[in-house]
Write a protein that binds this ligand. Structure first.
Ligand code: PLP
Length: 418
């Protein structure tokens, strides 16, 4: 019998090869068939310092033998307390409260519920959410609702709520974005919040926009008393060259979503950070007004121990130095690749780099994507293009030789498919 496993974002009917990975170290995945893959996308943008980082692995092992799970309603434990304090300390000023959950999507659901709760308790109920065109925030119903409508969520459209979409601030079109946001914030149907991925839209196509626009967008929200939710699920933990991308715009959101690299990528854990007024709006002695959200594994102690080890690594090691060096190496490789006639629109922010393969076959459902995946797999590389958009987002320990192989194969793909 074939495997009973039903994989995410996988069309089993295509019968694509599904590598069986046995172990991992650094930027490498070791497969059962003896092959070794370079993880060019940090296993879905998750692994930051490298796979099986010894400090994180040791913290997980130690915590697993001490306290494995604890109901988090009105109970607490040291790793959660430490991580929450660390997050408040590391995050932009003004984010004073930390609500744990277990995936990026859930951190977004929590953010949306906090925003609605805030306006309700202020006696001014608001429901409308503004989103950025091409945004992606996860695959649960609320997260899909605030994401770009298209192939990822088309089938579930009847379950999704309406949002106001602000055009993406492409270079040269920034003013149109700002004007649209200003109009939406001042419309009679006052929005509760504006949610956006800061500086890079990930699943929407690794689309980069300027920090100056982000600064302006945040200012418009503040001016018109609309909450601003920064979804740093992908951009957080150094991906864009700073710990959080919003730092580059010099702005602090009202709500910040983090996940993926929060544990260095070793275990599922997410957090939604909120400003004090948002917490205080839910504070009273009336049980009807508490924040109605939980999941069984909220702030799981083992995941929190991994996150604690991650924040210690950030504190004690020169992670930003490592990211800077990797970003420079990626930049050099991207510059060489930019001269290749098969590619257009080279872009980079920190350790994220992308190019568009010039082809008539574009979009997430293009036939080129599975063909490219197979091409890279044959070369023992884990790269997973978004349609005709080829990108790298490797762990921070990736060597220049490993980058040579990743970018060499992308150039070769340009020769073959461009
Ligand atoms: N938000 C952003 C910006 C993401 O890139 C993702 C996942 O890629 C999510 C939310 C959803 O996170 P998760 O897959 O952990 O639910």
């Amino acid at each position: 019998m074939s495997s009973p496993v039903w994989h995410p974002f996988t069309q089993h009917g295509l019968k694509e090869p599904i590598p069986l990975v046995e172990r991992a170290e650094g930027a490498l995945l070791y497969c059962a068939d003896g092959s070794t893959l370079i993880d060019g996308i940090s296993s879905w943008w998750v692994t930051t310092h490298g796979h099986c980082h010894p400090r994180i692995a040791a913290a997980i092992a130690e915590q697993a033998g001490r306290l494995d799970q604890l109901i988090f309603a009105a109970h607490t434990h040291e790793p959660a307390e430490t991580v929450a304090r660390e997050l408040v300390d590391l995050a932009p000023e003004g984010l004073t409260r930390v609500f744990f959950s277990d995936s990026g999507s859930t951190s977004v659901e929590v953010a949306l519920k906090m925003a609605l709760g805030y306006w309700h308790r202020r006696g001014e109920p608001r429901h409308r959410i503004l989103v950025l065109e091409h945004g992606y925030h996860g695959d649960t119903i609320g997260a899909m609702s605030v994401g770009e409508r298209g192939v990822f969520n088309r089938r579930y459209e009847p379950l999704l709520f309406d949002v106001g979409t602000i055009p993406f601030p492409a270079e040269g079109r920034e003013q149109a974005t700002l004007d649209a946001l200003e109009r939406a914030c001042t419309a009679p149907d006052k929005p509760a919040a504006f949610i956006a991925e800061p500086l890079v839209l990930g699943a929407g196509g690794m689309l980069v926009y300027s920090a100056a626009v982000l600064t302006e967008m945040a200012a418009i929200c503040r001016r018109h008393d609309v909450l601003w939710i920064a979804d740093e699920v992908m951009t957080g933990w150094g991906r864009t060259g700073t710990l959080f991308a919003v730092e580059q715009a010099g702005v602090a959101p009202d709500i910040l979503c983090v996940a993926k690299g929060l544990t260095g990528g070793a275990l599922p854990l997410a957090a939604t950070l909120a400003s004090e007024p948002i917490f205080q709006a839910h504070w009273s002695n009336d049980r009807a007004d508490m924040f109605y959200h939980s999941s069984s594994y909220t702030a799981n102690p083992i995941a929190c121990a991994a996150a604690k080890a991650n924040t210690q690594i950030w504190r004690e090691e020169d992670v930003l130095g490592r990211i800077g060096a990797l970003a420079r190496d990626i930049g050099d490789h991207l510059e060489t690749l930019s001269a290749h006639p098969a590619f257009s629109n080279p872009r980079q922010l920190g350790t994220i780099a992308a190019v568009d393969l010039k082809t008539g076959d574009t979009g997430y459902l293009s036939d080129i994507a599975p063909a490219l995946r197979a091409f890279f797999l044959e070369r023992q590389l884990l790269l997973r293009p978004l349609g005709n958009i080829l990108y790298v987002m490797p762990p921070y320990c990736t060597t220049n030789e490993q980058l040579d192989r990743l970018f060499g194969a992308i150039a070769e793909a340009g020769d073959r498919f461009g």
